[in-house]
Write a protein that binds this ligand. Structure first.
Ligand SMILES: C[S@@+](CC[C@H](N)C(=O)[O-])C[C@H]1O[C@@H](n2cnc3c(N)ncnc32)[C@H](O)[C@@H]1O
Length: 748
């Protein structure tokens, strides 16, 4: 195998199509690669031998792997305005991109992905070079970036959208996403739990073992897809502890996604370095951890529950071998679900029940027909030098009963079928009660997963093509042990994970004076979940931020030590304290966050929401602090009459001043002594402006200081409020999410 991935020099065979530098985080970009260097002898030999691609299609398979992936994205389906956004794409943007020509070449307009439900996913095949240079594509690109930043669109590889669609999530389900970061599938699960903001009683635990990546997860879900039924945790998925719901009940899940760390060779079209680095050890080194994660998922699933196992790898060692071993570790308990009737337009290949196992001593593939033969080679020292894996376990080979496990019901997505990356998905269901094997079933020994060797360090590649991921340090084994008692008396006795440095979680006493203030100010009705207001300190003190959680999340928080669960966040950030140093006559020093407004609106009387029109929205966007005089009647009188502080405003659907709102829009607004302001993130304001008025009419933030002496804000900050300032330092850590935390910006 030659050395590939040279930087710079544009030698012979250089890809002609793109001038764009699609820089990869790991350093390789499409410009650095020519198709000549996109070769790997072992990869080709290995996969030819696996028979996952019919011989007649082999060249198509290899050729498409050497081309750049189209851009694909989803419309966030649970949003009220999903249809509006999809309508804009179809009716406004796509017509302008018909027959686009650049340098004599015609490029197709974006088109809906055929198999994705409701035409809510799109594919843009034009290369970035065209998108940059061609005005119609450029305008569309700006729309995509803006709507993605506020959570209305999600950029995601097409095949990566499949596993959540096959989970069949319903709003009442308890779900677990075991390896969730950066969270593209997590947002799909949340959407399925909250279709069109129906009242979901279900919940999701989104977990990842990489601490930094759990914060990406918080950002991805919090700002873009806020839900009161969500907890983010930072656990090793192989030993997620049992979770108590109180009264002796242990949480079992209806739906689990195990989108496990993998070799990522299905991502070669964007993660170009795989071409030079691929080896059969990549998959084999991950086999045991993948199996352990799947095994843990099986234990946490309810009878009748559904579990989706997926990888972005073609490799049977990471796919069918893992599923087969897991089934044989739980004989008679699970079956593979036939999903042939789901997503009917999706071209998929059946899983295989026979595969071959190779090692690669001295850079040449060596096949081992059986585990026994492989061990003989290792023991004879022929393999020892290369035996980085502490030995491939027997579960890497097809078991004797492979043909009886219905592995063909699992799905392999091949890139040349519909111009995508590669993926593997298997849907498993837990039987209501274990079944005895059929009399004619092949006898196999039960797989003992606990006895399998785990490599010390496994390196997986993120499906987004990010940096290789090292396996994160695991929480302590004790932390994984089941809780013995309820939290009320047991928390202090439970073994705490002292390495874990996040702030504690507790609930505000509903009789607390601040809750009375909130109730009176916002006229919160009896339906308001006053018992479910969570704060990030030990004493239930509403110091800076209050989050709303649903009842199940509350039970989890109350009945489990947060360090043992390594809880990073929970619920929707709803109320943010807005203290004033200059004014004492503000009756309610809290504002509703833009993320939390839909949680509040359902509990306030219609008449307490002020009504405005598109004209008023224009005034709010054009001027960061419009004086009350700038507004028209009858809204102006409403503003004059209102007390200083936060109010909720409904901007009615309609057209005026070159703007159009297709649906009503609800936003929090602040009244200060001299002016008004929209409590919305700067970026979101620009997106809103583009969508409503066809251009960004928002004035840039003042350069020096703002009224009240508040300094100008970084991007991502909510508009500060005249006359308000930093709350006194409390015991809570102020920044739960450094990227989007509005408070942090206010306090800058
Ligand atoms: C393929 S990526 C997941 C992609 C994610 N599901 C999505 O759709 O955005 C695999 C993830 O597994 C995490 N991971 C690796 N080992 C893990 C373990 N033992 N337990 C939990 N997560 C793990 C990695 O940090 C990585 O974020």
């Amino acid at each position: 195998m030659g050395k590939h991935g040279k930087r710079g020099g544009g030698g012979r065979g250089r890809r002609p199509a793109s001038n764009a530098r699609t820089q990869r985080p790991n350093g390789a970009s499409w410009n650095d690669f020519d198709t000549e260097s996109m070769k790997n002898k072992s990869f080709e030999e290995y996969y030819k031998a696996q028979n996952i691609v019919p011989e007649a299609e082999w060249e198509d398979f290899l050729n498409i792997l050497r081309t750049e992936l189209p851009t694909t994205f989803r419309v966030t389906g649970s949003r009220e305005h999903a249809d509006t956004i999809n309508g804009l794409i179809k009716d406004v943007y796509v017509p302008t991109m018909q027959e686009v020509e650049l340098e004599g070449v015609k490029y197709a307009a974006p088109k809906p992905i055929e198999w994705y439900p409701n035409q809510f996913a799109w594919e843009v095949s034009a290369p970035k070079r065209v998108v940059r240079k061609q005005p119609a594509f450029k305008t569309f690109q700006r729309f995509l970036v803006g709507e993605t930043s506020v959570g209305n669109l999600s950029r995601q590889e097409a095949v990566s959208m499949i596993p959540p669609l096959l989970m069949d999530v319903e709003p009442h389900h308890y779900c677990l996403d075991m390896c969730a970061a950066p969270g593209s599938k997590t947002t799909q699960i949340i959407e399925a739990l909250n279709p069109y903001h129906t009242e979901s009683t279900g919940m999701l635990i989104a977990n990842d073992s990489d601490y930094k990546r759990t914060h990406m997860l918080v950002h991805q879900t919090g700002g873009r897809m806020p839900t009161k039924g969500l907890i983010v945790t930072n656990l090793d998925a192989t030993m997620i502890p049992n979770i108590s719901l109180g009264d002796g009940e242990t949480l079992k899940f209806d739906r689990i996604l195990a989108d496990v760390p993998c070799s990522g060779d299905g991502t070669m079209r964007k993660n170009l370095e795989i071409w030079s680095k691929w080896s059969p050890y990549d998959g084999a080194s991950l086999h045991v951890i993948q199996l352990r994660i799947l095994d843990r998922a099986m234990a946490m699933l309810k009878p009748g529950g559904r579990l989706v196992y997926s990888t972005c790898s073609f490799n049977p060692t990471e796919n069918e071998a893992v599923v087969a071993a897991a089934l044989n570790a739980h004989p008679g308990e699970f079956h593979i679900v036939d999903v042939a009737d789901k997503l009917p337009a999706l071209k998929r290949r059946p899983g295989i029940n026979s595969w071959r196992v190779f090692s690669r001593p001295n850079d040449e593939l060596v096949e081992h027909a059986s585990f026994k033969e492989y061990r003989t080679a290792v023991d004879a020292s022929a393999e020892r030098e290369q035996d980085k894996l502490k030995g491939m376990p027997e579960t890497c080979w097809p078991p004797a009963n492979a043909a009886e496990l219905n592995l063909e019901r699992s799905l392999r997505l091949l890139p040349h079928d519909q111009n995508t990356g590669g993926f593997y998905v298997c849907v498993l269901e837990k039987k209501a009660a274990p079944e005895a094997p059929a009399a004619n079933a092949t006898k196999v020994e039960k797989v003992d997963i606990a006895s399998l060797p785990t490599p010390d360090e496994v390196i997986a590649i993120d499906e987004k093509g990010s940096l290789p991921l090292k396996r994160a340090a695991s929480p302590s084994a004790e932390a994984a042990a089941a809780p013995k008692k309820l939290r009320s008396e047991a928390t202090k006795k439970e073994k705490r994970d002292l390495q874990f440095r996040e702030d504690p979680f507790s609930f505000v006493d509903p009789t607390h004076a601040e809750i009375d203030v909130l109730k009176e100010w916002f006229q919160l009705q009896a339906t308001f979940p006053e018992n479910n207001l969570l704060v990030r300190n030990e004493y239930g003190n509403p110091l800076r931020t209050m989050y709303i959680v649903n009842d199940t999340i509350k039970k989890i928080v109350l009945n489990n030590d947060y360090t043992r669960l390594r809880m990073i966040s929970a619920g929707v950030k709803t109320f943010i304290r807005q203290d004033s140093q200059q004014r004492t006559d503000i009756k309610c020093k809290w504002r509703v966050s833009a993320d939390g407004i839909s949680e509040i609106l359902q509990h306030v009387p219609t008449e307490s929401v002020k009504v405005a029109r598109v004209d008023e929205l224009r005034t709010f966007l054009e001027d960061m602090y419009p004086p009350i005089d700038k507004f028209e009647e009858p809204f102006k009188t409403d503003l004059v009459k209102a007390d200083l502080g936060n109010m909720l405003v409904k901007f009615e659907a309609g057209e005026a001043q070159g703007g159009k709102l297709t649906l009503p829009l609800y936003l929090p607004v602040w009244k200060a002594k001299h002016s008004m302001s929209l409590l919305v993130d700067k970026q979101e304001k620009s997106v809103l402006s583009e969508r409503t008025f066809g251009e960004d009419i928002c004035k840039p933030a003042p350069k020096s200081t703002l009224p009240g002496g508040t300094p100008a804000l970084p991007s991502g900050a909510v508009t500060p409020v005249e006359g308000t300032a930093t709350p006194a330092e409390g015991t809570e850590t102020p920044v739960e999410n450094p990227v989007v935390d509005e408070e942090a910006a206010l306090n800058a």
